[in-house]
Design a protein around this ligand. Sequence first.
Ligand code: HEC
Ligand code: HEC
Ligand code: HEC
Ligand code: HEC
Ligand code: HEC
Ligand code: HEC
Length: 467
Amino acid sequence: MHGRYYSWMIFISAVVLIVFIVMFVRGEMSPQWKSHQLKYRDLAIENSRDAESKKAAMSMDIELRQLYLGGLKRVDRCTTCHLGVENPAMEKMPLPLKSHSGPYLKDHPSAKFGCTVCHNGQGRAVDMNNAHGLGHEVHWDLPILPLKFIQSSCASCHDPDMLKDNGGGNVAKGELLFRERGCKGCHKLEGVGGVIGKPLDGVGSQPVAYFPMRNIQGEKTVYAWMKEHFDDPRNVVATSEMKSDFTDEETDALTTYVLSLHLDEIPKKYRRLGKGQGIPDTGEYLYKMYCGACHASGADSVYDEVFKRTIPAIRNPSFLKAVDRKYLKTIIEQGRAGTQMTAWKSAAAGLTDAQIENIVDYISQDKPATPSVMFGCGPYKPNVQNGQDLFRVRCVSCHGNKGQGGVGLNLRNPVVQKEASVEFLATTLRDGREGTHMASFGPDGAGLSDENIADIVAYVKTLSTNK
Ligand code: HEC
Ligand code: HEC
Ligand code: HEC
Ligand code: HEC
Ligand code: HEC
Ligand code: HEC
């Protein structure tokens, strides 16, 4: 009885095992690529233009193809399926058999460049999901680039300047936006820029795991992260202080450019870098690159909902009238600790002294010819306690109960405390700043006496030592 039962069990197990082995062997023997090659051979015979190419097509071997690219340290097997890339007769065929579009492979023959230098993907793999690096829980770090971002790879070997009119218009546009829309106001690149965000050198070759993917809607790739992050930074990183106000087309271009920021991987002999474009060093251009993202044109004082503080109007004549050149330069060099205003001096953000001078010139362009009549607090012996009492009533609603700023500026920071003169502070208080929330507190405004203003200034100067 038992003997028969066991025989049956052994028989069934053996059958199951054989079925599995047959399935496995068949899968290995006729993988996806084989059917692509058989189809390609039929099409090549059908479409051959003369007897010779017909003969060649008929004797085509069905086998793995590989491009061995020693100089680039790659082996690309993409042509195992993408058989027709360099065969013009395959122009109208479906993927993956069709000929490559555009002039790309004429300028970059597959035998020398392969495919993954431009497309990414996993060169050695021969089934589609693995080769394209997609369709897994965790993606290959560099899955094939969506075609709309493909120009990012051109920039690893060519200058945006050259690419602009030679098939890389999109990445060149991204690079221009990067400069002119003020990304370097918050990010360093090659050692120069603000510090609110991280340096961006190499960010295009960071692994998938580096990026917080939780809120990404599409495929969880670095490409999708970049695009969605530019579309809406706070949807991707809830606490982000990043600014991004771009059209869909612009975010595509920016994504393409930022993905090109690799740390040097491509050997020199494969690259064609020129001298790079001369980036203008004028005050106006530097202002755009480093200040514009936050200060915009500099004409308006704007409360920033994300920073939770005001970005002041630094080209406002009523500010320029009261500020002297030396102090203005000091603010820019040292920044304003405790706020988003970066220290721009060369030891911090990397601007040279000459560049800062150029920026000061540019900001001061609209400085009124007649400066403010400065108010030096005259003969008054300040009463700090009275100053504090008045500050509580008149100032904390905007400048915060510790002077930390909010709607008003941060008055605790070292620049105001150590570098701002009593004259500058008292004059600002007396006259206010036209066109901003900083009203005049002097006789022409809220009506505080000169003596009271002197008391408040004396108190303001003690803020950094008050807890
Ligand atoms: C096993 C066969 C196979 C291999 C190997 C393969 N591909 Fe493909 N590829 C396909 C097929 C099939 C398509 C079209 C269908 C699709 O994408 O769903 C395609 C489409 C593409 C596309 C077009 C995508 C688009 O958005 O239109 C690109 C680009 C591409 N492959 C690049 C590569 C690169 C680069 C490699 C090597 C790393 C590679 N492929 C290896 C089969 C393959
Ligand atoms: C010099 C860069 C470069 C190289 C090298 C390159 N491609 Fe492309 N490839 C492109 C660009 C750019 C496009 C987009 C063309 C377009 O949108 O007009 C593209 C498009 C494609 C497409 C989409 C279909 C099409 O042709 O429009 C496939 C598939 C593809 N490439 C496969 C390959 C394969 C396989 C190789 C390797 C033999 C390869 N490419 C090498 C730049 C390159
Ligand atoms: C791996 C580096 C590399 C990548 C990636 C690359 N190129 Fe090139 N490209 C070269 C080199 C090297 C040459 C010169 C070819 C030669 O002389 O053999 C060249 C030649 C060219 C030319 C011909 C004009 C000239 O200066 O010789 C154009 C146009 C061009 N590339 C555009 C592109 C575009 C567009 C892309 C992206 C789709 C791209 N390249 C991607 C390295 C690259
Ligand atoms: C007002 C400051 C600010 C500006 C302007 C700004 N960023 Fe950012 N950026 C940030 C901050 C803060 C983060 C970190 C939080 C986050 O990921 O959103 C960040 C993150 C990034 C990241 C991810 C970097 C990493 O290592 O995680 C990229 C890429 C990026 N920014 C690119 C740009 C580009 C390109 C521009 C110009 C269009 C730009 N940023 C403008 C503040 C800024
Ligand atoms: C990331 C945003 C950001 C960038 C970029 C930035 N600033 Fe500022 N800036 C601020 C904020 C916020 C304040 C107000 C700080 C405070 O509350 O004390 C400020 C204050 C200033 C002030 C003080 C104005 C006053 O009323 O005393 C000057 C001057 C200034 N910035 C100049 C510049 C210049 C020049 C650049 C470019 C080189 C620049 N800023 C870049 C955010 C920025
Ligand atoms: C209604 C809001 C508001 C009130 C109230 C207010 N301020 Fe201001 N204050 C501001 C704003 C906004 C700015 C920046 C304006 C600009 O240039 O864009 C400013 C700028 C200043 C500055 C210039 C700081 C610098 O570094 O350049 C000083 C000093 C100052 N306020 C002191 C005071 C004092 C003292 C009081 C109370 C007597 C006061 N403020 C009341 C909103 C206010």
